[in-house]
Design a protein around this ligand. Structure first.
Ligand SMILES: Cc1ncc(COP(=O)(O)O)c(C=O)c1O
Length: 418
């Protein structure tokens, strides 16, 4: 069959597709799998119970059921959720916004597809506009969203070693203000894969640089505040008319309901509404139906603060301890975990994290190769072949078992490369 050039965007290797496949299947011949790969959130019993109870209320209330399942929502997404969320963000953070500043998308990943294409690629007069990733490694899902892969550009970070085999990437601002073809700057905060939380002052600098180029600063808040709240250092979310803040219901435990949230100025949300209508008529309303009452009575903030954040913080802290026990046979560093549900491990001299990924998969340990987290990095950087990401949500024995095998295979590859 003859496809149009549209297919080119989707034909290249995609880390996102590999990760989604890995999450749902077992490597052949392996019964017991150590699932340290994709980004499925944990099922926290008290949280799941809250959602089930809300669903039961919807099922027994014809009005609420019809609203969720039997009527299309408006192009910007369920009006009730957007109004409640606007109230909440105004009350909590003092932001001057209304429901018109909020657009829903079918998962924030789709929101990123729209936003990258709105701000990256050919602009007026055919001039290229690029999506700038100032702190790399960055989220795997920013790769491959644009037809021309050169329209996404990453900049190397500084590496700062810390005590106790930890390290931290630092944002390099030098030369950023000279980037003339900047279409948007994008950062995830907390960063997936590293758990880095860039500082308020750094966000303010990025905002300044972006404004000077008439470009938005896109802040991906999938793990941030006020929900799911997976931030373990002092930080507050930021928003202004030049910031596009994306949020998601996925990491509070509803990834299958595909509900993404974009908070932006009305020019941006209005366009997103048009794209929603054109591409899908309306965004599914199940996530909104469950979340709206829990946002109205602030239950979602309470569970984020009292259940979700402590759960993941404990998991991350526990996993750091397990790494020290299981990885002592190789040379390793752990990125300082300031947020999210991942650990980012660096094995200096490893040289081939794709090979490590394959060896581990063959032994039933699912991880993500760090090489997938450098979207748009042009210049070679050995470091991009030395890291992996693990999801630490699972049971401690499973994580420990996986880490031991990671240690064995990483030390073999390190010895071979030496
Ligand atoms: C940083 C980040 N942004 C966006 C997404 C997309 O999330 P969703 O499409 O489920 O809302 C994810 C998912 O893992 C993520 O980690």
């Amino acid at each position: 069959m003859q496809f149009s050039n549209f297919v080119r965007t989707f034909n290249a290797h995609s880390g996102a597709k590999e990760l989604m496949e890995d999450m749902s299947c077992n490597p052949p011949g392996i019964d017991s799998v150590h699932r340290l790969g994709g980004g499925n959130p944990a099922i926290i019993p008290e949280v799941a119970e809250l959602f089930r109870a809300e669903l039961a209320k919807i099922a027994s209330n014809p009005g609420r059921f019809d609203r969720m399942a039997s009527t299309y929502s408006e192009p910007l997404g369920d009006a009730r959720l957007r109004e409640i969320l606007a109230d909440l963000l105004r009350d909590e953070y003092g932001w001057r916004l209304t429901s018109k500043n909020i657009a829903l998308t079918s998962g924030s990943q789709l929101g990123f597809y729209f936003l990258f294409n709105l701000f990256g690629g050919a602009g007026p007069g055919g001039k290229r506009r690029r999506i700038i990733i100032p702190l790399c490694p960055e989220y795997i899902g920013y790769q491959g969203l644009l037809a021309n892969k050169n329209d996404v550009v990453s900049r190397r970070s500084d590496i700062r070693k810390l005590p106790n085999r930890q390290f931290k990437y630092g944002l390099r601002m030098d030369g950023l203000e000279d980037v003339e073809d900047m279409g948007a700057i994008v950062v995830s905060r907390p960063t997936n894969p590293t758990g880095n939380v860039i500082r308020q002052s750094e966000l303010a600098r990025l905002d300044e640089v972006a404004r000077a180029r008439k470009a938005p600063l896109i802040v991906d808040n999938a793990y941030g505040l006020p929900f799911p709240g997976m931030i373990y250092v002092n930080a507050a979310p930021q928003w202004n008319e030049n910031t596009i803040l994306t949020m998601s219901l996925s990491k509070i435990g509803l990834p299958a309901l595909r509900t993404g949230i974009v908070v932006a100025n009305e020019e941006v949300t209005e366009i997103l509404g048009r794209i929603n209508a054109l591409t899908q008529l309306a965004v599914g309303a199940a996530g909104a139906a469950l979340a709206a009452p829990l946002l109205k009575n602030r239950e979602l903030l309470r569970i984020s603060r009292d259940l979700i954040r402590p759960f993941y913080q404990r998991k991350v802290t526990e996993a750091v301890g397990l790494c020290h026990e299981a990885l002592s046979i190789c040379d390793y560093y752990i990125h300082k975990p300031e947020g999210s549900m991942f650990l980012w491990l660096w094995f200096p001299g490893l040289n081939d994290n794709r090979a490590l990924y394959r060896r581990l998969k063959a032994r039933g340990v699912m991880i993500l190769s760090g090489s997938e987290f450098f979207p748009g990095l042009r210049a070679p950087w050995t470091h991009s072949r030395e890291c992996i990401r693990i999801n630490v949500c699972g049971d401690a024995d499973m994580v420990f078992g996986g880490l031991r095998i990671i240690g064995e295979e990483a030390s073999r590859l390190q010895a071979r490369a030496a």
